[in-house]
Write a protein that binds this ligand. Structure first.
Ligand code: IMP
Ligand code: MG
Length: 174
């Protein structure tokens, strides 16, 4: 059994930030038909909290993607593992991402979604690692910026572990 990941963002700090993001999104999308697009698996915890922080009628959709193996480095290959169950044509879509690292996943997703003619596509990411950017991507709603460390918890995994941690932490050195 490894030591627990060192806390980087506390559960309280995350909750406060998520509430603020939810309020901002609610103000921006008042009167519009909003689709929250949860990118699985990493965003499932964030999207669940964010959805409850947005006081508007909305629809939740899931899109499964895989861009990492069991390693801490991007493979650069994005694979869709689960597709939407309903069309998004004419809808205002907010992509909910756990973390934007190289930006490869998000730029690929954006292209795929725009081809389905939504009214608009914006991005809400809990975390951003700007130092690792390969493809520049616009993040319209951002939780926190993090340094170039591999983080886990609050939905984020390493080899499918740690997703259930209530905080975001840094893996101990192996
Ligand atoms: P990108 O395509 O390099 O931007 O990577 C995006 C995806 O890689 C995220 O949605 C995460 O699932 C995963 N990822 C990137 N950095 C981390 C990290 O530090 N911890 C856990 N997962 C990560
Ligand atoms: Mg992952």
């Amino acid at each position: 059994m490894n030591a627990a990941p060192a806390e980087l963002l506390s559960a309280d700090a995350i909750q406060q930030r998520v509430l603020a993001l939810g309020q901002q999104i609610a103000a921006d999308y008042a009167g519009k038909s909003l689709v929250l697009l949860c990118v699985l698996k990493g965003s499932f915890v964030f999207a669940a909290d964010l959805a409850r922080a947005i006081d508007l009628p909305l629809r939740v959709e899931f899109l499964g993607v895989r861009s990492y193996g069991d390693d801490t480095r991007s493979s650069g290959v994005v694979q869709i593992t689960l597709d939407l169950t309903r069309p998004i044509a004419g809808e205002h879509v907010v992509i909910v991402e756990d973390i934007v690292d190289t930006g490869l996943t998000l730029s690929y997703l954006r292209e795929q979604l725009l081809a389905r003619t939504p009214a608009s596509v914006k991005v809400c990411a809990l975390l951003h690692k700007p130092s690792r950017s390969v493809r520049p991507v616009q993040i319209d709603y951002l939780g926190f910026t993090v340094d170039d460390v591999f983080v886990v918890g609050y939905g984020l995994d390493h080899a499918e572990r740690y997703r259930n941690l209530p905080y975001v932490g840094v893996l101990p050195a192996p």
